[in-house]
Structure formats: C-alpha cells, structure tokens
Design a protein around this ligand. Structure first.
Ligand SMILES: Cc1cc2nc3c(=O)[nH]c(=O)nc-3n(C[C@H](O)[C@H](O)[C@H](O)COP(=O)(O)OP(=O)(O)OC[C@H]3O[C@@H](n4cnc5c(N)ncnc54)[C@H](O)[C@@H]3O)c2cc1C
Length: 431
C-alpha cells in the first residue's frame, strides 16, 4: 500500500503527478486500444523506459509508485507480450533511429503483435545450430526453413527472426537478425495443440519469404549478439520478477476487464503462456494463494500456512527483482547472466503454487474448467507448469549459465565451436 506519510519528496512528486494523470485520463468506458494509446503517449505505461522512447526514465522504486497509483485509479496496465518484453528492448539497443520510429509506436500501444522466430525442430537449447536460411536478393533477403514453438505467431504482424546468412563460418557467426512481416504468402503458420487445451504456439514455415534489407537489426552476420540481448530480456521477463511488472496478471480477478480485453488483449499478450505466467506472478497468483485457504477452511492448518507464507514471500522478492531489472533495461543495460536465477525462481514458484494449491483444494482439485474452484485457474496453472521450466531456456540451461557465466566454473566441452557451420552434423541438417 502507498505509504504517503513516509514518502520522500521525490516519491511524493511522482505520486502526485501520476495520480493526477490517472485520475484525469483513466476512463472505464474507453476501449482497451484507446486506453493503451493514451498510456503510450503519456509515458506512464512504461515509466522506466527512456523519455525519448515512450517512457519517463524513472527508477524501479518510482515505477512501483506509478503502478500503485494506476491500480488505485482502477486503470488497466500497458500491453504485455513478446513485443514490449523482448523485441522492444532489442530494437532500442541495436536498432537504428528509423527502425525505432517505425516499430515502437504500434508496439507500445498494443496495435501490432510480435512473435519470436528463434527455436527450430533441431535447435532449441543449442540455438546457434539453427538452419533457417536467408539469402540476399538485391535489397531484400529470401528466407526458407522452419521455426517451431512460436508463441502468438497466428496473431502477429511482426516476427523477430534469426536466420543463417553464412554457413561457411562458425555457427555463432553467420547468423543475421531480422524483423519480418508475418503477413505475406511465403509464411505459413500452423497452430500446435497444447495439453492446457489451448493452441497458442505454432510451427512456422518459410517458403521464399521476403524481408527487406532495412529490416536487418544490427550487422549482417552479427545476429547472435543481437539475439543474446533478446534472450536476456526474455529470461528476465519470463523470470519470477517479470510478470510482477506486467499488466497481464491484472486481468485475472477483474471480469470487467477480461470481457473488454477480448481479442486485442489476447493477441497483444501473445499467448496462453503469458496468461499462465500472469496467473502465477501477477495479481492472480498472489490473490489466489491468499484466497484458497479461506475458501477451503484451511487457514488454521500449519502446513498450509507455511506454504502460503513461502509463496507470498517468493512472489514479493520476485516483484522487486523484476522492477529492478526493468529499470536497468530502461537505462540501456542488457540484463546480465544473473537473471537466470529469476528464471529458475519462476519454475520453483509455479511448482510450489501448483502443489500447495491442489493440496488445499483436495478432491476439488480434480475438477476442470468452470466446474473447478476459481474457474479452474489453478488447474490451468498445473497443466501449464512444465512450460515454465522450458520456455525461454530450460532449467538445465539456466543452471549452466549461472555455473559458467556467474560463478566462473569451467564450461562444457564445445568441440564444434570453431568449425564452420557447413561441416557440422547438427539437428536435422542433411548436408
Ligand atoms: C510455452 C513455450 C513457449 C515457447 N515460445 C517460444 C517462442 O515464442 N519462440 C521461440 O523461438 N521458442 C519458443 N519456445 C521454445 C523454447 O525456447 C525451447 O523449447 C527451449 O529453448 C528448449 O529447446 P528444445 O525444446 O529444443 O529442447 P532441447 O534443447 O532439445 O532440450 C531437451 C532436454 O535436454 C536438456 N539439455 C539440452 N542441452 C543441455 C545442456 N547443454 N546441458 C544440460 N541439459 C541440456 C534440456 O534442458 C531439456 O531437458 C517456447 C517453449 C515453450 C515451452
């Protein structure tokens, strides 16, 4: 809760400016699109981003104050999803001013949805072994290959794509990073059915798809370095801290908003996994775990109390970790390898929430959908929980990153590191 009595002068100033703005501009009768546009123009949607690019350059502490004031006014948060979580910070860090001006406005206002075209059938953890090819043709590139697990591709206008542009150099070289228009005949999106019942991620096939040279982000052949920026932001935002600062969680428990979010909100959030993460880390997870013991008369059970206290503590630590990392990103700092700890924490929180929640629900935990308590939110989370340990890099990969890049332990042997990509027998490479 805001502590207006003990606020510093700086906090007081931001609080009163934000309060005045939200009081004046939040209107529950606005469409979500109109609201997001207002938020984007004002800089209050992403207050830690730089003022030049749709923010206010505020610290994480002050951004938390803005979020308090937004919630106090009952206003919905900014769009979330791959655009603002990953593509935006990458474009700010590596793009030209022309690219920033072209792509950011419709991203921050939620008008255009983005997807991430990185993983391939043979290249997930070993992403640098990717085989999708891009070949230059005048002032365009021609793309052929296949991506997989592409969240939200069916809703997306733009994709951040990494493709091999030079197979004669070692695998981490010769990769180029593109922004590709998804709306073209050379791209076919095929949804994949998930065990949650949804179909939010996809296979994406490229057959002579086209991308103009002006959409190369960074230098040709240097896309791996650009991709590492995206991956760091991905780990950070999918990590335990990330969703705490996203708007997605606020949909849960707000039927008035969920109804109005409709397609725009689902599309902008990009996917069911955002909803799943939001259920765990946004307002959903925190309020769910507070509600459940009372609902099932188990508030006096010492084991339940311990579980609840543990989850609540983890969520609070995660929230502040996320805000700090978001502010660092806004200062143009790429999240470091230490964000892998937050990603691992996310896996722990989701599993703990799932296990404790289902234990509290008892036999009701076996119900599904609208028959289940809280509309089946916990059951959805239980089915979704394995994804958290995989998406954005598996738990094993995060541990490797922490071991090698944070703790300075020896790395895995990498005999393929210096060989030209063409000589490797990787994934589904046939020759
Ligand atoms: C919900 C969800 C959404 C996703 N969305 C997207 C998206 O939008 N765009 C996108 O590009 N990708 C997306 N992905 C893909 C995701 O990034 C990959 O699934 C992930 O990187 C793992 O790759 P893989 O599935 O190929 O598994 P593999 O790399 O084949 O790994 C298989 C197993 O081997 C282990 N392993 C692999 N290498 C090592 C190692 N060196 N040391 C120890 N263990 C190892 C892994 O931990 C894992 O247990 C999504 C995945 C999920 C689950």
């Amino acid at each position: 809760m805001p502590d207006t009595v003990h606020d510093s002068p700086e906090v007081t100033a931001v609080r009163s400016e934000a309060r005045a703005w939200f009081d004046e501009h939040w209107d529950p009768d606005l469409s979500l699109g109109d609201w997001w546009e207002r938020l984007a123009e004002s800089g209050w949607g992403f207050p830690t981003w730089s003022p030049e690019w749709y923010g206010r350059g505020l610290s994480s502490r002050l951004a938390a104050v803005v979020a308090e004031e937004r919630k106090r006014a009952g206003a919905f948060g900014p769009p979330s999803g791959i655009g603002v979580m990953m593509a935006g910070p990458t474009i700010v860090a590596h793009g030209t001013d022309e690219q920033r001006k072209r792509f950011l406005p419709n991203m921050v206002s939620g008008k255009e949805v983005w997807c991430q075209l990185f993983s391939e059938p043979g290249s997930g953890s070993d992403l640098a072994s990717l085989q999708t090819r891009a070949v230059r043709d005048g002032d365009e590139w021609v793309v052929n290959g296949q991506k997989v697990w592409t969240s939200g591709a069916q809703f997306s206008k733009w994709g951040i794509l990494i493709a091999r542009t030079n197979p004669d150099v070692r695998k981490h070289k010769g990769i180029t990073y593109f922004v590709i228009d998804m709306d073209q005949p050379g791209i076919e999106v095929r949804p994949l059915k998930e065990m949650t019942g949804g179909a939010t991620f996809n296979e994406v096939f490229f057959t002579d798809a086209r991308v103009p040279d002006v959409n190369v982000l960074g230098e040709v052949g240097e896309g791996w370095g650009v991709a590492v920026t995206t991956l760091a932001h991905e780990r950070n935002s999918l990590g335990a801290g990330g969703m705490g600062v996203m708007g997605g969680g606020e949909i849960i428990g707000r039927p008035d908003l969920s109804r109005r979010v409709g397609d725009l909100g689902n599309a902008s959030s990009g996917s069911g996994e955002i909803a799943g993460m939001a259920a765990a880390f946004g307002a959903g997870g925190g309020s769910m775990i507070k509600m459940l013991p009372q609902l099932f008369g188990k508030g006096a059970d010492p084991v339940v109390r311990q579980d609840v206290a543990r989850i609540y503590t983890l969520l609070e630590i995660a929230r502040f970790t996320g805000l700090r990392a978001q502010a660092a990103a806004a200062r143009g700092e790429r999240p470091g390898p230490e964000v892998s700890t937050g990603k691992l924490m996310a896996s722990t929180i989701v599993r703990t929430l799932r296990d404790a929640g289902l234990r509290i629900e008892g036999p009701h935990g076996m119900l599904h959908g609208s028959d289940a308590p809280l509309g089946g939110m916990l059951q959805f989370l239980a089915l979704f929980s394995p994804a958290v340990s995989i998406a954005g890099g598996t738990d094993e990969v995060q541990r490797n990153i922490i071991g090698v890049r944070v703790l300075g332990l020896p790395g895995e042997p990498r005999p393929d590191k210096e060989l030209p990509f063409r000589e490797l027998k990787v994934g589904t490479q046939t020759g």
